[in-house]
Design a protein around this ligand. Sequence first.
Ligand SMILES: [Mn+2]
Length: 241
Amino acid sequence: MTFISHTGNGRRFVVSDIHGCLKTFRHLLENRLQLTSADQLFLLGDYIDRGESNAGVLDYILRLKTENYQVYPLRGNHEEMILGAWQLHKNQMPPHIKFADRLWDAPDLLDATGELPDTYVAFFKSLPYFYELDNFYLVHAAIDFKHPRPFTDYSTMVWEKQFSYNPGPKIVVHGHKITPLPEIIKRVENRSLIIPLDNGCYYGLAKFRKGLFNFGRQKEVGNLCCLNLDTFELVVQENNE
Ligand SMILES: [Mn+2]
């Protein structure tokens, strides 16, 4: 079931591409939004890799769910990758090859024996590729509306970086492609049919800052953005890891 109804009077928030930045994510939810269990929180994937607190972000999301917060996480390409690597490892790898050698950037996810804990595997497997809401589609990367059955086109939904066609009427909110802040603000203000939310939060980490020249003006990336689906208010939280 991927249709999510707007229940009660709570707010509806969307956040994408947390990438291991737990402090920033918590500050956004707890201090800026003051999230309550009446609100719905949609997460567009890429919880892990790049930042330092990969396990921390997953544990926090799982804890919110346990505490009856209405959290709806989607699958990003980083979850797809780690799950694929894990399944390959379990099915095909000779036992002497450690899973850690196949992991890219999230060593803190592994237990003492170098395995991926069952709770994380179950979480990754549970993640859907999209949600449909009353006036929105939510997806990690893109939807190919020219595909005969777009919602079975899983690789586009987690990987595609080119996304420019949406016939409407529902707005698509997506992450995955780092988008400069002025462009995000413009798309939100215009209520565009395609709204990007990934502002490259992890570029606020010291180890990535030197990559910022790719984006021209530095102030335009490095924030975790949150969109209120009902008011179209955009909350921009600077990386504070
Ligand atoms: Mn991504």
